[in-house]
Write a protein of this length. Structure first.
Length: 597
């Protein structure tokens, strides 16, 4: 899932600010897309033409817009006193001046419209020294499952949802240690306000007074600063998700510098926004519409459609599918062939396409983790072969893209069913890549776990992954899958119980949160519900039994379900067309949405 690994981005830095287009450039705008493992891989191949270095920005057709943005960026920093000019000789002997680099970006909304041009000043932290310039670097961000869950609560109970954006967020926090920086590169005839003469730039440096984008610990510094401010204002941090805060009858969900507030009382939200504006520089972006690169479209029936048209179009462009001429594009009804499970294919032809395999698979991973669970299994199959892709793997990726092309106008449809609570569908495919074939890949002996967790019938967590243990039977594979899925279930139950204890009305009143788990293997069901030692399963690790206390307390109810109704079946193996479409339409909500063009 996209559970953010912003800390990686804050610690990653290039060796040259103009020669490598990489993840550091995304620090120019954290609101564009979540910085997950998937997005890092997706952007490693320089696929985003709207993210540029200084040299590229100065060569672009809209150079003048970037120059205006540079003046604004410098002016904002100087006006807010984020640094002071000091002689270069004042740098202590154990320190050195690190470069200041520009990150240029055309900021677009999820449907591809340019909102503004941004020129972000970042620290070239590849020159910083551990235990001198920085120490710990980890910074938390909200889990996507938490975002989905609170949005579903809002839909069920008709809450108001408002989004806010912290402007120049990182520099609002004070610097943690002395950092000295060289002045940035500028185009000819460009005057730096606090260094008006060219000579000034060679004899002076900036000493940071405030935090700055690009520093190794910038995300952590901002996160701790914001946390302290929220606690001082009476907000209470969740013990389950550290980026969820509550106060009176309001929920605050925080992802770096983007946040949304949810409450039954709009006046309460407005009051809290004004209170936050007294302490932080932030803008009220109005009703929740774009968040973490996803467009939230409110439909006439009150439901919400989650879409990422811009990202999907970018993927299609990467592999050469022309979205402007649908008559020339071959499409597929399913993302993966039901007759072919990918293998290493050591004797196959090498990947010979012009597009970067790792970048495309990374971008697909990002999309599936956010809004397209229907392609999860197919994408995870392809992701196994990023190190040495063959033509067969490239064709599988192309098939996913052709499927996306056909369904690009669709998204994840949230239409809550108030009669349903927390449900988990879990399945496993025992050694699916190994049976009936000779495989050269030892990992193919491992079974695949697949599960999807829903609340009120809306998906909030899904996964398709190879198991870390080698299962000796179908029953064992199913039990390993059940144990893995219930880790997520128990965390969600704890979060729901925590919110209920704070008097949030989440759905129908019940004395306790109960999760119904659907399992299609009766032997696995017997082991999970009848806790006794059996000769054939006594070797199972005790860590797999972690959920048994919840079964005994009847907060987890495990039931049998037929294979044909098992939603998680689509996450373990490629299915035949009709069954794949049937299950997909159910959990994506497309059966009630209809075709959209």
């Amino acid at each position: 899932m996209v559970h953010a690994h912003l800390a990686f981005l804050e610690t990653y830095s290039p060796t040259c600010d103009d020669d490598i287009r990489n993840c550091q450039l995304l620090q120019a705008d954290h609101s564009e897309e979540p910085h997950s493992f998937a997005s890092i891989y997706g952007l490693a191949g320089s696929t985003d033409p709207d993210t540029m270095t200084f040299s590229e920005g100065m060569s672009a057709h809209d150079k003048n817009e970037f120059v205006k943005a540079m003046y604004k960026e410098l002016g904002d920093h100087i006006r807010r006193k984020h640094w002071k000019v000091v002689p270069i000789g004042s740098i202590p002997t154990h320190k050195r001046a690190i470069p200041m680099v520009w990150a240029m970006k055309r900021k677009k909304n999820p449907i591809g419209e340019i909102i503004k041009w941004k020129a972000r000043l970042c620290a070239g932290s590849h020159m910083s020294i551990e235990n001198v310039d920085y120490w710990n670097t980890y910074a938390p961000v909200v889990s996507w499952s938490t975002v989905c869950l609170v949005v579903i609560f809002a839909l069920i109970n008709d809450w108001h949802m408002e989004s806010i954006d912290f402007v120049l967020a990182y520099p609002q926090a004070p610097i943690r240690t002395d950092i000295f920086m060289k002045p940035p590169k500028v185009p000819p005839n460009f005057t730096i306000p606090d260094l008006p003469k060219t000579a000034d730039r060679s004899i002076n440096v900036y000493k940071l007074l405030q935090n700055l984008y690009g520093l190794k610990d910038a995300g952590r510094t901002w996160s701790q600063f914001l946390h302290k401010g929220l606690i001082d204002q009476g907000w209470k941090q969740s013990s389950i998700d550290s980026c969820l805060y509550t106060k009176q009858n309001i929920i605050l969900v925080l992802y770096v510098d983007d946040a949304c507030l949810l409450s039954p009382d709009k006046n309460l939200i407005n009051r809290e926004i004004k209170s936050l504006q007294e302490q932080y520089n932030l803008t009220d972006d109005g009703e929740l519409q774009d968040y973490l690169g996803t467009r939230f479209t409110k439909l006439p029936d009150g439901s919400i459609l989650l879409e990422q048209p811009r990202m999907i179009n970018r993927i299609l462009e990467m592999v050469g599918l022309d979205a402007s001429d649908s008559s020339r594009v071959k499409t597929h009804d399913c993302p993966a062939s039901s007759t072919n499970i990918l293998d290493k294919d050591p004797d196959g032809k090498p990947h010979g396409y012009a597009w970067n395999y790792r970048s495309v698979v990374g971008s697909l991973s990002y999309v599936q983790a956010m809004i397209r669970p229907d392609i999860t299994m197919a994408v995870q199959q392809c992701a196994r072969f990023c190190n040495d892709p063959k033509e067969s793997h490239a064709m599988a990726v192309k098939r996913i893209c052709r499927y996306l092309y056909k369904t690009r106008h669709m998204g994840l449809h949230f239409k809550p069913d108030k009669t349903k609570g927390l449900e988990c569908y879990v399945d496993a495919d025992w050694a699916g890549s190994w049976r009936d074939r000779t495989s050269t890949d030892p990992l193919s002996s491992r079974s695949r776990t697949g599960y999807i967790i829903t609340y009120a019938g809306c998906p909030i967590v899904w996964a398709s992954k190879l198991q870390t243990l080698v299962a000796l039977s179908t029953t064992e594979a199913e039990y390993i899958a059940l144990s893995s899925s219930l880790r997520e279930v128990i965390a969600l139950m704890n979060l729901i119980n925590e919110l209920k204890s704070l008097d949030f009305k989440l759905s129908v009143d019940t004395p306790k949160v109960i999760c119904t788990v659907f399992e299609d293997n009766r032997s696995c069901l017997e082991i999970a519900t009848n806790h006794r030692t059996r000769p054939r399963t006594k070797h199972l690790s005790i860590r797999l039994h972690h959920f048994r206390s919840h079964v005994l307390a009847k907060t987890i109810d495990i039931k049998h379900i037929s294979t044909k109704e098992q939603l998680a079946d689509i996450f373990t193996k490629p299915l035949a067309r009709d069954q794949s479409i049937k299950l997909r339409d159910r959990f994506m909500g497309w059966d009630s949405l209809g075709e959209r063009e």
